[in-house]
Design a binder for this molecule. Sequence first.
Ligand SMILES: NC(=O)c1ccc[n+]([C@@H]2O[C@H](COP(=O)([O-])OP(=O)(O)OC[C@H]3O[C@@H](n4cnc5c(N)ncnc54)[C@H](O)[C@@H]3O)[C@@H](O)[C@H]2O)c1
Length: 333
Amino acid sequence: MTSAPLVAVTGAEGFIGSHLTEALVATGHRVRAMAQYNSFSSYGWLETLSADVLDQVEIVLGDVRDPGSVRGLLEGTEAVYHLAALIAIPYSYQAPHSYVDTNVTGTLNVLEAVRALEIPRLVHTSTSETYGTAQTVPITEDHPINTQSPYAASKAGGDRLADSYFASFATPVVTLRPFNTYGPRQSMRAVIPTVIGQVAAGSRTITLGDLRPTRDFTFAVDTARAFLAVGTAPAERVVGRTFNAGTGTEISVGDLVRLIGKVMGAELDVQEDSRRIRPANSEVMRLVADASRLTEATGWQPGFGLETGLERTAEFFRDPGNLARYKTGIYNI
Ligand SMILES: NC(=O)c1ccc[n+]([C@@H]2O[C@H](COP(=O)([O-])OP(=O)(O)OC[C@H]3O[C@@H](n4cnc5c(N)ncnc54)[C@H](O)[C@@H]3O)[C@@H](O)[C@H]2O)c1
């Protein structure tokens, strides 16, 4: 018998969820991890975690769109980290209904289960995309919400439901709003794996979308620590509040490509791919975080600078076993 607290993670088999699962186990938790039901019985990135970690992880196949599936996942847990979502912006242009089903209704199902089962803490995951192009910098949590893509709108819908459950039912929810996260295991839909993956696969001509937008990139280990910080802080400090997680520094996509070239020792040529350009009013041109609220409430600070994080990410993608899991030759939406 172990007395380690049992927590639930949705989206545990994904990029950030798998890092969070490792961080939770490293800090003495047991994890009931939801991987989305699929006919391959694939557990996603959870399959690659070490045996020591997996010893403390109970993997459950399920779906956040299904209320019973969510309720079963949450029963007997002391905290819930809700990360499951559809996250790709381009695919949200094509399949917006599925984003509402997953990101809005899925979040409602989690809130309902937390309320019914009286789970003491829910960490809901938002995104910096809900702010749209920065109107003031750095972006604080009081910045207006301006949803420029169906993805952002569906995430903001989940956020508003979370706020409303706190106001209406005192549901103990805290919202973490990560800025762009990168690192090992990220899918090739995101810009850093797109560049590093192509370079690791031997290409020196990189195909990308708009090079002008700036982003605030946080290494996945730091983002996982931010989840842990708001999931374990005393309730009076965090519950009912929203927290940005970001580094406070920004870099344009063009400069990022140059930095990756330097880190990987490669001369890179960039070719614009028109399929990767977002509709003009949908492109978020600038994002940079003010995370001082999170630092004040929990002491969280990012530990990785961009160059170190990129080196770690490049190391991951250079491993042929890891690279083989990706399709570097196509446009991954
Ligand atoms: N990656 C970033 O830069 C970033 C930035 C801000 C916020 N976020 C948020 O962080 C969370 C995790 O994102 P990620 O980058 O790890 O993406 P990801 O796609 O790797 O992880 C999302 C996971 O959710 C699962 N999922 C999707 N639909 C589901 C369903 N119906 N039922 C159960 N599971 C389902 C997917 O299988 C996937 O494993 C998301 O909520 C995302 O919106 C990510």
